[in-house]
Design a protein around this ligand. Structure first.
Ligand code: CP
Ligand code: NVA
Length: 330
């Protein structure tokens, strides 16, 4: 039976079957081929989407805007400063209004319950562009990048080093569990995913044949790994006062040349970005002045090295987001 996700929201990959995820990945690859060949694909001409961003973004916003335009759609961008949402108008009322004008809504913000409520009240597909809990569109780009390198990812090992209970790590655990990829969260015990989510992922893993491992030993984390993944140590929305504690906890989990050398020689490095790998940002420089760290979650040796694939991954955000919008709106 063919997969059909028309009319569905895309809030967390927990709601999607492995077959549906596979379908979206295949569609993403097809869109990438079309873009490279210069084949126009304005399949959704006449439709309109709105992008709501309560947190900042470079990749996700640009990916949605470019993908929507490539599909022939109109795009409206709203941020908290330029809309009434949450200040003069409730979320439910905002969702009902947007649902009358737009065919689909992207939301990036804080609580997962907000993106769920938008879907509930708007009556149109809602796409999660990152919440405190999940970052599902990122996952399609990540797995697509892995498959471009290795082909079938089933049975391979992906290890996330760092804050293993953030939105990206949570979502990686979900997608790996669904697709039969062995997932390892490697970080301090204080920063491990919630038991409830681990339980759900273990259930999915029982079907797919994936394993889920939570450990604090970097040698074990890197051993036999095909993909080494990391993310910033302090996510959007977390207070800057936490930097000192986070640096103390996560310094041993920095992805550097020594750690890469503990993995398979064929391993690749991924990062959702943005990244603190040097002092070329205001935060990076500030951290250097306060704590003497030249780099945080990843060093330039890895970030600029031969195994790094994070810019392919960033490009793939656009192709995968296009697939999600097309599949749910067509
Ligand atoms: N990876 C990612 O979501 O990047 P942005 O925060 O720039 O959108
Ligand atoms: N964990 C990061 C991901 C950014 C794409 C954050 O939420 O800030």
């Amino acid at each position: 039976m063919g997969v059909n996700v028309r009319g569905r929201s895309f809030l967390t990959l927990l709601d999607y079957t492995p077959e549906e995820i596979r379908y979206l990945l295949n569609l993403s690859k097809e869109f990438k081929r079309m873009k490279a060949a210069g084949t126009l694909h304005e399949y959704l001409r006449g439709k309109q989407v709105v992008l709501l961003f309560e947190k900042t973004s470079t990749r996700t916003r640009c990916a949605f805007e470019v993908a929507a335009r490539d599909l022939g759609m109109g795009v409206t961008f709203l941020d908290p400063a330029s809309s009434q949402m949450g200040k003069k108008e409730s979320l439910a009322d905002t969702a009902k209004v947007l649902g009358r004008m737009f065919d689909g809504i992207e939301y990036r913000g804080f609580k997962q319950s907000v993106v769920e409520d938008l879907a509930k009240y708007s009556g149109v597909p809602v796409w999660n562009g990152l919440t405190d809990d999940f970052h599902p569109t990122q996952m399609l780009a990540d797995i697509m990048t892995c498959e471009e390198e290795f082909g079938d990812m089933r049975g391979r090992k992906l290890t996330f080093f760092g804050d293993a209970r953030n939105n990206v790590a949570n979502s990686l655990m979900v997608v790996c569990a669904k697709l039969g990829i062995n997932f390892c969260a490697c970080g301090p015990k204080e920063l491990m995913p919630k038991d409830e989510l681990v339980e759900k992922c273990r259930e999915a893993a029982a079907y797919s044949g994936a394993t889920i491992t939570l450990i604090d030993d970097i040698r074990e984390g890197a051993k036999d790994a095909d993909v080494l993944y990391t993310d910033i140590w302090l996510s959007m929305g977390e207070p800057a006062e936490l930097w000192e504690q986070r640096i103390h906890l996560l310094r041993p989990y920095q992805v550097n040349g020594a750690l890469m050398a503990m993995a398979k020689p064929t391993a690749i490095f991924l990062h959702c970005l943005p990244s603190f790998h040097d002092r070329e940002t205001t935060v990076g420089e500030d951290i250097y002045q306060k704590f003497g760290l030249e780099a945080m979650e990843v060093t330039d040796e890895v970030f600029l090295g031969k195994q790094a694939r994070q810019f392919d991954e960033a490009e793939n955000r656009m192709h995968t987001i296009k697939a999600v919008m097309y599949a749910t709106l067509k």
